[in-house]
Design a protein around this ligand. Sequence first.
Ligand SMILES: [Zn+2]
Length: 451
Amino acid sequence: MKTLVRGGTIYSRGQAASGDVLIEDGVIVAVGDCRGLTGGARIVEAGGCHVLPGLIDLHVHIDDTIGRFRLADTWASASRTAAAAGITTLGGFITQRPEESLSSAVERAFERAAGRSFCDYLWHLTPTRFAADDWTEIERHLESGWLTFKFYTTYREIGLYTSYERLAEIAERLSPGGARLLVHAEDEDILAEARALIGNGPLRAADHGRLRPPEAELRAVELVAEIADETGAWFHIVHVSTPEAAEAIGPGRDGARLTCETAPHYLFLDDSWLKRPDGHRWLCTPPLRDAARAARLREMAREGAFDTFATDHCPYTLEDKDSGRGDLRSAPMGLAGIGAMPRLIFALDRELPEQAFARMSLHLADNPARLAGLEGRKGALAPGLDADVAVFEVADREEPLHSGGVGSPETYPGFHSPLWLRHLFLRGRPLVSDGAWSGTDPAPGRCLWTI
Ligand SMILES: [Zn+2]
């Protein structure tokens, strides 16, 4: 089965060129001028369109329980929203509960996604106990090619906290096997001081920044950067929310493998949203920062300060979000975002579409593929790689953004975009054709890790 995506502008690894993409048996077999190779191929016309690798979002929370709240997406609903936006690979999370072994945590997660995802997917594993048999399991996963692990320097109260000493030990033990250590960086001691200062009265959404101040992120990033320097391990800071932290990550990069991501909501929203009467609907962790910080983050994003963008998609129902109206400490923390990300990253340079698509090919495909160790399979338009291909067009008309989540409040009300997805292929299978959903059950997404 051959498909020729003909005559578009092709973006791969930050570079643009005109030409075709030839797909055969789920794999890209040729890129560029494909005349003469196309016998029997189904033709997809891409003239005037922008052809990118399928996009990758390595930070999504799906079909899980966080605290007392159930997330408002299954793998079927989240992956369909993602694919309709141009995303073909997702990175989810497996968090070990206090009472369970790592292997049963893994089984539990695999069952939720198997046969339900329209995107390919992988997992970041969060061990929380570090008993001897946990270490054996961790090392077994790493040997089988499972490269990404996630840790938190905060959330002691819910059993997720990992000390800096433990992070250094993890780095020493796992980095020889090629592990990438994702860190939610907020310093627990600084957060505890902030909590003590504020006291126990009810807090409004707009108080969130005082409860989780920028200094907590900066301090944790500085300490993780030291561990990265000392151990040579690859650390990746997730959802950077302040320019101060992004700047602290920047200069360390040549010596240490310290990479980072930010989420679109830190670029395009700010704490004015928290001051609205329904501001509790925009509560997430770390909190939305002030408008000056968001503006600086957009500048830094244009300058290339963030290796990747990822949504931290964490949708709740409107009812659950509104249960946090009275006091932010009882509110579910997290925002839907998976359906809006490509359009928001495009908006960073919307006056210069070619620059925007080149950026997307780098920061939403190539770099995240490398972070997950998938650069030989995903993230570029090159012969031999999976035929994950997104064909976009910039239209005269604009459409409102849809952040996603089943029954979730819209994260970006009033935002519009001229970016449209015309076609999407996952390993050569069409999921979107001529702007309409064409994915069929059984959902074709595969787990990219083996165990
Ligand atoms: Zn997250």
